[in-house]
Design a binder for this molecule. Structure first.
Ligand SMILES: Cc1cc2nc3c(=O)[nH]c(=O)nc-3n(C[C@H](O)[C@H](O)[C@H](O)COP(=O)(O)OP(=O)(O)OC[C@H]3O[C@@H](n4cnc5c(N)ncnc54)[C@H](O)[C@@H]3O)c2cc1C
Length: 614
């Protein structure tokens, strides 16, 4: 199948061997892969330090900003080292739904009963599983959960004290994943400014993280932007306390520009453009680098199916390249709680209602300052009846209308819910929901060495475009992720231009799949995948193929930490002077910023109370 055409191989793109305009575009589509952090070995401490502070935080997102503020609040001097051109990480592009419970003032105000004990038992409840049978809380580290439960309410008040404003409404459940089910715990930051320079994409996360940035800067935190931490130093390469780090200059450019992107606000930002910068941490380093989903080799440790075609939420604004984990592991840190990353739960991998672009989570607008990197908004799918989804063998594989992930186990999931009760399992309405498994399955197009499933393509016709009211022209669609042709036979070979396509979409299969689907529409019943009431034939040219490959959402396993967020080595011993929180830390199944904020809140205080190294 299509393997002998002369072309620049996918791996050559990764290695940067592309030539000519098309190759460059392809290379930019693959850039997240080319920049992946690599495994490291322990390094000898540097002869000199370029910068110095009591506490050095790596990453300025949902964990890093609270960690920095908390440390400075305790009297420590703080430098935040950030790889990106601006502050905020995934936090600033998120939806602003902040899960924090355990008895917050918002919960109390609205008569919601919650406490650290209730929250702790929720977050370790073995008896609750998602509707696909996957356990949400069973594999959590109990100490890490106890620390979360004990600190969440205080972390909520800390956000208020540092200028974060939430909607004056009862905490709810919308957007909450693995936050426990005894009480509603989701708090909502309100974003009402539309798209502005203040935010890379609009949304509630901007409210939270610009407020924290302002507070941190007022309190004296300094930010070293455009610097990617690669190496941590201990007293000897693999023993003793952590003394500091090395970061390399990593400016971000828009295509065709030689001027690095600039942060929204430049006050409090240290200006250094040296290739390598060493930063001494007199007391501690806090790893808040946001996880590992963008690093294909690293993420495949947990799920070998996740080969390079699966794009990652948050890119190309900020990336989760496992650099915190790799630097920690190089000096002896242990990974932890890896089951949480492997289990198919909590929307770790998602079908998105957006097609025809590479970066489909979040939905970007052309007004975003990083839009030239995003390149296309994608087409929002209102009705999955308007298309079929095919794999690289041109075969349908599941009911297209199926949900992309199971229903989350938040408040209201079970009624009644009794913590730890064996009867809970009987009250759950199970639904297999294997859409993603079918999408990731090897097929006729799979090839050695990975036998990867390859991209998923949405196939539809001109009538579907009319029904969905889509404007197909760029910037709605990306020419490398969206193709059109007058016939299916002409459409299939075009798809090979996509940099993640390993094989030609087999024309004969595609024609047969569409013919079979049109027959199914005539039947009014889908004997192959039981799509409910299949409605529309695919018959009116032009025909279209739009990228519809599932997206990796976030990381649920990382470095082993204790209740103080100190990093532990493979013998369970504390690595002195090293802390971690957020998506780079293991032991917690919870999605999102609640745990990141709380662990930053814990780590910042603890790090500030370390003794100073001489
Ligand atoms: C589109 C989207 C919507 C979301 N919506 C929600 C929501 O509504 N509610 C919710 O709770 N969660 C949401 N999340 C998840 C939430 O934003 C993340 O879980 C959270 O931001 C993780 O915090 P973190 O500090 O671990 O990582 P991040 O916030 O991503 O911060 C990590 C930072 O570290 C930097 N960094 C990485 N490596 C290095 C390095 N080597 N050197 C220096 N800096 C480095 C990164 O550039 C980044 O700025 C959403 C995520 C996305 C992508």
């Amino acid at each position: 199948m299509g393997g002998n055409r002369k072309r620049i191989s996918r791996r050559a793109f990764v290695g940067g061997a592309g030539i000519g305009a098309a190759a460059l575009t392809g290379a930019s589509a693959m850039s997240g892969l080319g920049l992946q952090a690599q495994p490291r070995t322990a390094a000898t401490r540097p002869a000199k330090w370029d910068l110095e502070a009591d506490v050095v935080v790596v990453g300025s997102g949902a964990c890093g900003l609270p960690a920095a503020i908390r440390a400075v609040d305790q009297g420590a001097s703080v430098i935040v080292v950030e790889a990106n051109y601006d502050i905020g990480g995934h936090g600033i592009i998120n939806g602003g739904q902040v899960p924090l419970g355990g008895g917050t003032s918002a919960q109390k105000k609205h008569g919601i009963v919650d406490s650290p004990d209730i929250l702790f038992r929720d977050l370790t409840d073995w008896s609750v599983v998602e509707t696909n049978g996957m356990p949400e809380y069973r594999f959590n580290d109990r100490g890490v959960q106890r620390a979360l439960a004990d600190n969440e309410a205080a972390a909520y008040e800390f956000l208020l004290d540092n200028g974060v404003r939430f909607a004056d409404m009862p905490p709810g459940v919308q957007g909450g994943h693995a936050i426990g089910i005894s009480a509603p715990r989701e708090n909502y930051a309100i974003w009402d400014k539309g798209q502005s320079a203040e935010s890379p994409r609009g949304g509630g996360g901007t409210v939270v993280y610009r407020a924290l940035e302002n507070s941190a800067k007022k309190k004296g935190v300094r930010f070293l932007l455009n610097h990617h931490m690669d190496v941590l130093f201990r007293e000897t390469p693999s023993s003793g306390r952590v003394l500091g780090l090395k970061a390399h200059y990593s400016p971000k450019f828009l295509p065709g520009s030689t001027t690095p992107l600039k942060p929204f606000r430049s006050d409090g930002v240290l200006t250094m453009t040296a290739r390598d910068v060493t930063v001494r941490a007199r007391k501690a380093v806090i790893i808040a680098t946001g996880g590992s989903s963008s690093n294909v080799n690293f993420r495949r440790v947990f799920d070998p199916r996740l080969t390079e075609e699966y794009q990652v939420a948050g890119e190309p604004y900020s990336s989760q390249d496992a650099s915190g984990e790799l630097a920690g592991m190089a000096i002896g840190a242990s990974l932890w709680g890896t089951a949480n990353q492997t289990l198919e739960r909590n929307g770790a991998l998602r079908k998105r209602p957006v097609i025809g672009a590479q970066h489909i989570y979040p939905e970007w607008t052309p007004r975003s300052p990083v839009f030239p990197l995003v390149r296309a908004t994608g087409l929002h799918v209102d009705d999955w009846q308007n298309l079929i989804l095919v794999n690289q063998a041109s075969r349908r594989f599941y009911d297209e209308t199926a949900e992309g992930w199971p229903y989350g186990t938040h408040h209201g999931f079970l009624d009644p819910y009794v913590q730890g009760d064996w009867r809970n399992g009987r009250r759950i309405t199970y639904k297999p929901q294997n859409f993603l498994d079918a999408a990731l399955a090897p097929n006729e197009g799979s090839q050695p060495p990975d036998y990867s499933a390859g991209p998923i393509w949405a196939i539809f016709d001109a009538d579907a475009v009319t029904r969905e009211k889509w404007d197909l022209s760029p910037p709605a669609t990306d020419p490398l992720f969206f193709f059109s042709a007058h016939t299916l036979a002409e459409l299939a070979p075009q798809i090979r231009k996509n940099p993640f396509s390993r094989v030609d979409l087999p024309v004969r299969n595609l024609e047969a799949t569409v013919a079979r689907y049109n027959q199914i529409v005539d039947f009014g019943y889908d004997p192959d995948f039981e799509k409910p009431n299949p409605k529309y034939k695919i018959q009116t040219p032009p025909f279209h193929a739009a990228w519809a490959t599932p997206v990796v959402h976030d990381t649920y396993a990382g470095l082993r930490i204790n209740m103080k967020c100190q990093v532990l080595d493979v013998s369970g011993q504390v690595i002195p002077g090293l802390y971690c929180g957020g998506e780079s830390a293991g032991g917690c199944s919870q999605h999102g910023q609640g745990r990141a904020i709380t662990q930053g809140f814990i780590a910042g205080k603890e790090a500030a109370h370390e003794r100073s190294s001489t």
